[in-house]
Every structure is written in C-alpha cells, then in structure tokens.
Design a binder for this molecule. Structure first.
Ligand code: NAD
Length: 290
C-alpha cells in the first residue's frame, strides 16, 4: 500500500456507522492493487448528523465517490444532484459518483443480488420469486428483479413501518415494469407456504438469521420447502443461516449473501473506475464461497 499511494491517488470513501467491521475496504483496495488503479478506499465513521458536512467536504476535495451504508442510505439523496432510476425507485443510495462536481446517487444492491444469482448459475428471469423483507436490501432486490424481467414477485413483511413502504414498492413495480408484484402479511403462514410452493426462488431479504436473530428463520418447518426450490439469503454472517441450513437438509440449491456483497461492490467499482472488478481473483483472495 505504501508504495501504491502517491500525490495523484484518488480517494473513494465509505460513510456509515458502525462501519469498522466492513469488508469493503479490503475488497476494493485489493481490486485496485490487482488492476494497478490509482485509488484508495477508506471507511469513515459518519452518521446522519455529520452527513451533510461530509458530502460538502467530498465535493470540496473533488473525491471520486463513495459507498453509503446505514444509517445514511435513505438520507443522503438530500445532498446529491441526481439519482439513478433504481435509486429513485428504491428511495436509497449505496454508491455516489462524482463527475466533475456533479454528484449522482446509485443503488447497486439489487444489481449485485441479480449478478450473484447469474454467477451461481441461477436463472430467475421469466419466473416467480417469493421474497421476505421490505427494508433497503429487499426493496433493492425486488425493484432490480422486476426491472431485469422476473415475471412475478410475492413480497412478505411483518406489519411494521416497512409494510407501507412495501405497498409503494409493489405499486411502482406493477405500474413501471412488466412484473406482477403482490404484498402479503408475513403472519399469514398458509399464504407464505402457498406462494413458496409456486415459486422457483425463495429469498430472505432481512437480517433474520444474523445477530440478534442468529439460529432463527421465518420458515416454521421443512414442509415449506422442496428439493427443486432455490433458497437465497442476503445475510453472509454467518455464512449459513438457519434458513440455508434447513434448505440444504431438504436438498435445495442455496446461495448466501456473500455473492450479493461481492457483486454490489463490483457494480460500484465499475461506476467509479470504468473497469470490471477481477471477480475470480477477489473470490480467491477474500475466501468467498456461496
Ligand atoms: P432494514 O432495516 O432496511 O430492513 C429491515 C427488514 O427486516 C424490514 O423488512 C423489517 O420489516 C424486517 N424486520 C426487522 N425486524 C424484524 C422482526 N423482528 N421480524 C420480522 N421482520 C423484521 O435493513 P436492510 O438494510 O434491508 O438489511 C437487511 C439485511 O440485509 C441485513 O442483515 C444486512 O446485513 C443485509 N444486507 C446484505 C447485503 C449484501 O450485500 N449481502 C446488502 C445490504 C444488506
């Protein structure tokens, strides 16, 4: 790294809190080094209170861009000049690109999720998926899946503050894409079972299965699953959630959240540098298996 940094090196940031646990700095710096690109990626502990000043500072310093994570994803748009169509529909930004002082917000989580499926040989285009969740990750997945050509999406969520947001997401998908979207209460387990039974893919798009919900799943028992169902999870810590463990026992093909993490990073990397992230090299050096 010391040999790599020069007076010309451009900064790319990551702004979130807490953020010290993130694997994004290791991932992007490894990719810059591998391709000989003159950038450095650093994480900054920034919350909503410091957000406006941080973006002003990035503008003033002409920083190339940054990633944005919680709690800033749904707030940062206020300080930007424009949004990509997917970021506009999701109401969230995870990547900012600075083009000569014009700051545009993008969301690459959904792109990353769809790319990870493709990389794992899973083709959901023209088929039906059932998705649990209506937060940032799940909304990005639903919208990108609909934009990419998934035929039908059944979304389940508990009746919390995210449910209303899901109603808007379903309306947007039905109005703006060819995908048919429906929303159900996650408490309605009979309907969940019936929707999964007619789906090609079942996805957990919430933090269920990771701390403080480690060892838990929304699926009450194995009768909800079948061997030819594909089961995916946005969670990657632990690598195998209770849902994926149960799915493997039933004989389902499974995919954890590591692929989504890698490919959302790759999509941001492409936006900043114009280059493809060296995916196979990243998988090997970061020990990514999904
Ligand atoms: P969020 O806070 O925006 O959404 C939370 C979701 O969980 C909502 O749908 C909410 O209704 C649901 N939920 C919360 N508590 C619940 C409970 N007790 N019972 C039932 N449902 C409950 O969070 P997010 O940003 O969407 O993140 C969700 C998960 O996705 C996190 O685990 C995060 O680490 C993961 N994630 C992974 C990637 C990746 O690249 N793999 C990217 C983004 C997020």
């Amino acid at each position: 790294m010391a040999e790599r940094i020069t007076g010309h090196t451009e900064l790319i940031g990551l702004i979130a809190t807490p953020i010290r646990h993130s694997s994004s700095p290791a991932m992007h710096n490894e990719a810059f080094a591998k391709l000989g690109l003159d950038y450095a990626y650093l994480a900054f502990e920034v919350g909503n209170e410091e957000l406006e000043d941080t973006i002003k500072g990035f503008r003033a310093m002409n920083v190339r861009g940054c990633n944005v994570s919680m709690p800033n994803k749904t707030v940062v748009h206020k300080y930007l000049d424009g949004l990509s169509p997917a970021a506009e529909m999701c109401g969230a930004v995870n990547t900012i690109v600075n083009e000569n002082g014009v700051l545009t917000g993008h969301i690459t989580d959904g792109i990353g999720y769809m790319a990870a499926l493709k990389d794992a040989g899973i083709d959901v285009i023209g088929k039906k998926m059932t998705l649990v969740g209506a937060g940032g990750a799940a909304t990005a997945i639903a919208i990108q899946a609909a934009l990419d050509g998934v035929a039908e999406i059944s979304i389940f969520n508990v009746k919390d503050k995210f449910f209303e947001r899901a109603e808007q997401t379903v309306r947007d998908i039905n109005e703006k894409t060819n995908c048919k979207a429906q929303l159900f209460d996650l408490a309605d387990l009979d309907t969940l079972k019936a929707e999964i039974a007619t789906s090609y893919l079942f996805t957990n798009g919430t933090g269920m299965g990771m701390k403080p919900f480690e060892g838990q799943t929304y699926i009450p028992d194995k009768s909800f699953l079948r061997p030819d169902l594909i089961v995916s999870d946005v969670v990657y810590s632990p690598r195998e959630t209770a849902l994926l463990k149960m799915a493997k026992e039933v004989g389902c093909k499974t995919i954890n959240g590591l692929g989504m993490m890698l490919f959302q990073g790759a999509a941001a990397f492409k936006l900043w540098t114009g280059e493809e992230m060296p995916i196979e090299h990243m998988k090997k050096t970061l020990g990514i298996e999904y």
